[in-house]
Design a protein around this ligand. Structure first.
Ligand code: CAA
Length: 260
């Protein structure tokens, strides 16, 4: 696929994915969603030696200012349902990606932008970043998982308030609420995200993939997370990296993991 709205740069095993619709504050139009879907299901998936993915937005103003509102006019109920379903499916690809995906939030993360950041495994916010779900201003509600993931991250009390008031919060408050992992000076988001991915890349890849799926299992419908963890633990025991990790500990040396 030729990417029109994503700039993808692989550097030392890390994919830096920049949404490049700066004039529209990186709003997620259909084409951008298709490109994200393609990237996470093929290019990123098949990239040998990939350590992780950083998602960010072009320019200093916005990470992503939401779904592209210009595509909303005249949307029927069934078209709206389909749009939300497609968006959720793309964001599940992000959330279920077996390598760490870190959002480097450099500005507005509103509506679908906040939802995209929440679908990532970790979030680094620049100090000028702003978060919110302002869909009720448009007569809508979030459609890309925002009503669910915001509660998962910050709890029902504050999530309900933000969803109903459309209030936009700054990076410090987002950090205090547990929505973001780190707040860094503006411009340092990618550096911090890289540092996080490098740290995670020094661990056993199969164990990391099982952390991601086990954490997701907590929130999955009809899944017993504890039973899922038992199976995931067993799957890790099956790996060469487990043998290496345990042996290295006993030999008092640093483990060298191969991902096998
Ligand atoms: N979709 C399409 N275009 C958008 C956009 C969006 N979500 N957000 C901003 N833009 C466009 C603006 O229309 C404007 O374009 P023009 O220059 O052609 O007029 C350009 O980006 C710059 O935006 P502003 O002039 O509005 O910039 P500002 O600094 O005055 O305001 C802002 C910034 C507060 C982020 C404001 O742009 C804004 O409120 N944007 C919309 C935010 C929003 O409502 N997001 C939710 C979308 S719905 C959704 O996401 C549903 C879902 O869950 C699936």
């Amino acid at each position: 696929m030729t990417y029109e709205n994503l700039n993808i740069a692989f550097n030392n095993g890390i994919a830096l994915v920049t949404i490049t619709r700066e004039k529209a504050l990186n709003a997620l139009n259909t084409q951008t969603m298709l490109e994200l879907q393609h990237f996470f299901s093929t290019d990123a998936y098949n990239h040998e030696g990939l350590k992780g993915v950083i998602l960010t937005g072009a320019g200093e103003k916005a990470f992503v200012a939401g779904a592209d509102i210009t595509e909303f006019k005249g949307l029927s109920a069934s078209e709206g349902q389909a749009l939300a379903q497609r968006g959720q499916d793309v964001f599940f690809l992000v959330e279920r990606f077996p390598k760490p995906v870190v959002a480097a939030v450099n500005g507005f993360a509103l509506g679908g932008g906040c939802e995209l950041a929440m679908a990532c495994h970790l979030r680094v916010a620049g100090e000028k970043a702003k978060f919110g779900q302002p869909e009720v201003n448009l007569g809508l509600i979030p459609g890309y998982g925002g009503t669910q993931r915001l509660i998962q991250y910050i709890g029902k009390t504050k999530a309900t308030e933000l969803l109903m008031t459309a209030d936009i919060i700054g990076a410090t408050e987002a950090h205090q609420l547990g929505l973001v992992n780190y707040v860094v000076p503006s411009g340092a988001e990618i550096e911090k995200a890289t540092e996080l991915i490098e740290k995670i890349a020094s661990k056993a890849p199969v164990a990391i993939a099982n952390i991601i799926s086990s954490v997701n299992a907590y929130f999955a419908e009809n899944v017993d997370g504890f039973a899922f963890e038992v199976d995931a633990f067993g799957a890790c025991c099956h790996t060469e990296d487990f043998q290496e990790g345990a042996t290295a500990f006993l030999e008092k040396r640093k483990a060298v993991f191969t991902g096998k």
